[in-house]
Design a protein around this ligand. Structure first.
Ligand SMILES: [Cu+2]
Length: 393
């Protein structure tokens, strides 16, 4: 359970401080089709007590699926995972990592909240063996989840440490000079920020809701797809109910730069939450901040198994508009999901665009006491993907 520190801002100790390439997506899908026997393992769900549990693979774990041993699969099948240490960020930690910046109280009584953001070029691994020359905010993809409270004054000190010009364009209310838009405010230090240059964006936290920020330099799709985006949460003044909160940024990677994605994910690493299911408590409120930043595909979606959620589009109302198990988002659309898990077990969540699900956009929630649960066999669904051969690059 995360207690939102924004609700305690007046007590904050900081308050008084002065201030690959040769493989295409279609080829991947063709390869995925060959993995049908592995996918079939996924459907082998059996009832166990009150809880649907995945059939265990026994002592040899997730790689012990049978029926297709003649199909070569090196990386996933050998247990390789992404080197999170080399990446410098870990999708499991990133999930609940909210960056509240630093705050101080202005003479007016208003809270000033500030962050330092640096654009950096960095190679990251988006699936085992699949490297990508990313452009990042603060070395991670997605960039930090910036979180503030409605009505505060926000300052984002941006330094462009990349080899390419970039900006930070925030969704929300702000004057045009603060829009991170090339050509606007160039004579006042804003607009396009060249390598080595810096600029401070300043605006009010408004409206409350779930927003995003991203680079706005042309070619726009390329600058965004490279990794220059992040979630931007503005809490309502009165806050929201306490919950286990997490951020899911739906993204993809065009690893051969052919203007279509080869890898799809939530928080960058394909199938990460299959390898490490998201642990949640039974009957506890879970709140998901879901943002779609996918380029080169018009729509993305989120679907959950064995459950329904309340959906708050853009998070700008405290009343949900829908009670559903599937939501579709266009690019830059986002929304808040609230749900509870009434039963123990492993519950899949994935893009209901099945093509995306099979190329990485799939994960699991693990509810309840792990010692009472059978191990999920879901990893077997992707072990035969051509990524697993370790040579897309
Ligand atoms: Cu850029």
């Amino acid at each position: 359970m995360n207690r939102n520190p924004l609700l305690d801002v007046s007590k904050s100790p900081t308050m008084d401080q002065s201030a690959e390439k040769g493989i295409s997506r279609r080829k991947l899908l063709g390869g995925a089709a060959l993995a049908a026997p592995a996918v079939a393992g996924l459907t082998a769900l059996t009832r166990g007590g009150d809880t649907a549990v995945a059939e265990t693979n026994g002592a040899t774990g997730r790689h012990a699926h049978a029926g297709h041993s003649d199909f070569p699969h090196a990386a996933f099948a050998s247990g390789r995972t992404v080197d999170h240490r080399a990446n410098g960020f870990h999708p499991t930690e990133l999930l609940r990592d909210f960056d509240y910046g630093r705050t101080r109280r202005l003479a007016s009584g208003r809270v000033l909240r500030e962050w330092e953001i640096v654009a950096q070029d960095r190679e990251i691994e988006v699936a085992p063996g699949v490297k990508y020359e990313a452009w990042t905010y603060n070395g991670r993809v997605p960039g930090p989840t910036l979180r503030a409270r409605e009505g505060e004054l926000l300052r984002i000190h941006f330094l462009n440490g990349s080899q390419h010009p970039h900006t930070m364009h925030f969704h929300g209310f702000h004057p045009s000079l603060m829009d991170g838009m090339p050509g606007i405010g160039e004579n006042r230090g804003g607009g396009q920020i060249e390598p080595g240059e810096s600029f401070t964006y300043e605006f009010d936290a408004s409206p409350f809701g779930l927003h995003l920020y991203h680079c706005h330099v042309a070619p726009l799709a390329a600058h965004i797809a490279r990794g220059l985006y992040g979630a931007f949460v503005i809490d309502p003044k009165q806050g929201r109910d306490e919950a286990d909160e997490m951020v899911m940024v739906m993204n993809g990677f065009d690893t051969n730069f052919d203007l279509s994605n080869e890898v799809y994910a939530v928080n960058t690493v394909g199938f990460h939450y299959v390898d490490e299911p998201i642990r949640v408590a039974r009957d506890e409120l879970v709140r998901i901040y879901l943002v779609n930043v996918l380029e080169y595909d018009v729509l993305n979606s989120f679907h959950i198994h064995g459950n329904f959620f309340n959906y708050f589009p853009t998070g700008t109302s405290l009343e949900p508009t829908e009670f559903t198990d599937t939501v579709i988002q266009g690019q830059a659309q986002r929304g808040v999901l609230e749900l509870k898990f009434p039963y123990d077990g492993d519950y899949m969540f994935h893009a209901h665009v099945s093509e995306f699900a099979e190329l990485g956009w799939t994960g699991f929630f693990r509810v309840g006491d792990p010692s009472r649960l059978a191990a999920a066999t879901a990893a077997s669904m992707y072990c035969d993907l051509p990524w697993g051969k370790g040579s897309p690059a």
